[in-house]
Design a protein around this ligand. Structure first.
Ligand code: ADP
Ligand code: MG
Length: 201
């Protein structure tokens, strides 16, 4: 079963801490797909993840060039497929580069090219504003991790314990029940059927 996990963050530093906690779990060939509105924090998440992967370069959205490549413990490929022409550009880029078994692939707006991505992967959805707060809490984000296949569900358990440690340093404490939650079972199938209706979820 693919068990999702949600975490609430209250600052960019907290989002980076959660992302950095994922880094030690990743191995070459992994794909992370990020979704969320413009300004949700996808690039902030990639910054935390990249620093956790040993990337020293500045990480920005690859808006004009479709892919940025960074050197960390492994090569890190960072794509942003926001623009409509992206699907064709990703195709033109070639599958070899996208499915590089020696690199970690991180893709903003990945759902736009979902059929091109490996079936086994981690989707991260970032929602702005939190569960019951409005503009009074502009820095609140809910990050939901949707694992599919392979070891991804297990990875989330490890990520959570590392994140709990890193979050202690990243901001004021909040009760665990406000920080973490597990979306209900039936939402898993609904989620993947929405992202990829015809892909045997
Ligand atoms: P995206 O790549 O999703 O379009 P960015 O990561 O570029 O979004 O921008 C996110 C913006 O939201 C940044 O200006 C960041 O400082 C701000 N922000 C505020 N609170 C958070 C949070 N909890 N997590 C991530 N970003 C946050
Ligand atoms: Mg971005």
């Amino acid at each position: 079963m693919h068990v999702p996990l949600s975490v609430t963050t209250k600052s960019p530093a907290e989002t980076k801490a959660v992302a950095a906690a994922l880094a030690p779990e990743l191995t070459p060939g992994d794909t992370i797909s990020l979704s969320g509105d413009l300004g949700a924090g996808k690039t902030v998440f990639v910054q935390g993840l990249a620093s956790g992967l040993g990337v020293a370069q500045r990480v920005t959205s690859p808006t004009f060039t479709i892919v940025h490549e960074y050197a960390g413990h492994y090569p890190v490929l960072h794509l942003d497929v926001y623009r409509l022409s992206s699907f064709q550009e990703v195709l033109d880029l070639g599958f070899e580069e996208l499915s590089d078994p020696t690199a970690i692939l991180i893709i903003e707006w990945g759902e736009a090219v979902a059929p091109l991505l490996p079936h086994q992967r981690l989707n991260v959805e970032i929602q702005m504003g939190g569960r019951d707060v409005g503009s009074a809490a502009p820095d609140v984000r809910v990050l939901t991790f949707w694992p599919r296949g392979g070891r991804w569900t297990e990875v989330l358990g490890h990520m959570r314990s590392t994140a709990e440690t890193l979050l202690r340093a990243a901001g004021p404490p909040i009760p665990p029940e406000e920080r973490w939650s597990v979306p209900p079972d039936q939402s898993v199938r609904e989620y993947w059927n929405f992202i990829e209706p015809d892909r045997g979820n």
